[in-house]
Design a protein around this ligand. Structure first.
Ligand code: NAD
Length: 357
């Protein structure tokens, strides 16, 4: 099969980690008999330098014309003095909006080989966990009406959700749960918030009518924040609102131990998605060949699974990465405390490529 992939490497370590990932995708394509065509576009700080704006039209048009987008990261100290719509980060929101992406997927799994890096108690970590947070991305309090009173000493933000907004993200979460361990936990604050009561009713109605084979349960967000630390192995797929998902996905990612391993996907109605590591542009290590490419490589595996329906190829990439980690290979960010040697970003890429042979 043939797919067109828009590459948006961005700033800092972005070009390094996207470059590594392209090599892994090319290797996968040749092994499985596919063709991936890559076109590179600028967004973020590099686009400000080149075009005077963080998200030029040529980038939006290129991404819209592609089958999917692979993004590195944007931003850095060079552009920190800019404000509002001129900032590099504006490119991310602009791309999500232009591509109609309303669902964010953030997997958090404990790689068995990295249990010692996990911040959880050893008896909890040794059970392992593999959860997927499905977060609503374009509604809720981050986009609701807000303001201040005239004297400026009081302010408000509004949480608002429609049945349509809840249904479309919940449907995606049920579909994902169906392909995993068939367990969906819907997280809300239905004991206090009216939007959460609508959320809960809607998710249950959808479960009963369209997904009776998926086990559905509910959890209040405060309890969920505790359970992610006390019993993460309870969870398979979580679905939640924009703000709760923002907070819980950062919590879940931190318990795994390394930011350099964590992938993400943003999806909408079409098969086109945007795939990116959860970390930023890491300006402190940019250009030093220290960046761990694994989060971006795993993001590309998600692209194969969720946008191109190439599950076998996605499994192949994920299993290769797990094997390299099991064999003890580490970049600086995931090395054992006291370890005296580790791989550079390009050496890790080569290890993964040779394991794919
Ligand atoms: P960051 O994620 O870039 O870095 C935090 C720490 O993690 C740093 O010490 C960094 O060296 C390390 N790190 C990150 N990715 C790594 C990798 N792949 N391998 C090894 N170590 C890695 O967060 P920050 O320092 O808060 O932000 C830096 C810049 O990135 C800022 O301009 C910020 O706005 C931007 N940012 C962009 C995105 C995005 O593009 N999605 C997300 C977060 C931050």
């Amino acid at each position: 099969m043939e797919f067109n992939i828009a590459l948006v490497p961005g700033d800092g370590i972005g070009p390094e980690i996207v470059g590594s990932t392209v090599k892994v995708l090319e290797k996968t394509a040749s092994k499985f008999g596919h063709t991936f065509n890559f076109t590179t576009y600028l967004a973020g700080g590099c686009a400000i330098d080149e075009y005077g704006e963080p998200l030029p039209k040529v980038t939006v048009d290129g991404c819209l014309a592609s089958d999917s987008v692979l993004l590195g990261a944007v931003g850095g100290p060079k552009w920190d003095h800019l404000s509002g719509n001129s900032r590099p980060e504006k490119a991310l929101l602009g791309l999500r909006k232009a591509l109609g992406l309303y669902t964010n997927l953030r997997p958090a799994a404990l790689q068995p080989a990295l249990a010692s890096a996990c911040v959880l108690r050893p008896d909890i970590a040794e059970k392992g966990f593999d959860l997927m947070i499905v977060r609503e991305l374009t509604g809720g309090i981050y986009f609701g009406e807000r303001g201040r009173n005239e004297s400026g000493n009081a302010a408000f933000d509004t949480e608002a959700y429609s049945v349509m907004e809840i249904e479309r993200v919940a449907r995606r979460a049920f579909e994902i749960a169906r392909k995993r361990r068939k367990h969906l936990t819907s997280i809300d604050k239905a004991n206090v918030l009216e939007t959460s009561r609508l959320w809960r009713e809607t998710v249950h109605r959808l479960g009963q009518t369209e997904f009776p084979d998926v086990l559905l349960d509910d959890m209040y967000v405060d309890n969920a924040a505790m359970q992610i630390i006390r019993a993460p192995s309870f969870f398979d797929v979580i679905v939640t609102s924009n703000m709760f998902g923002d907070i819980l996905s950062d919590e879940a990612s931190q318990v795994t131990g390394s930011i350099g391993l964590l992938a993400s996907a943003s999806l909408g109605d079409s098969s086109r998605g945007m795939y990116e590591p959860i970390h930023g542009s890491a300006p402190d290590i940019a250009g030093k060949d220290l960046a761990n490419p694994i989060a971006t490589i795993l993001s590309a595996a998600m692209m194969l699974r969720y946008s191109f329906n190439l599950s076998e190829e996605a499994d192949f990439i994920e299993q290769t990465v797990s094997k390299v980690l099991q064999d003890g290979w580490r970049t600086a960010d995931i090395k054992e405390p006291g370890a005296e040697s580790w791989l550079s970003g390009s050496q890790m890429t080569e290890k993964i490529l040779s394991e794919m042979e």
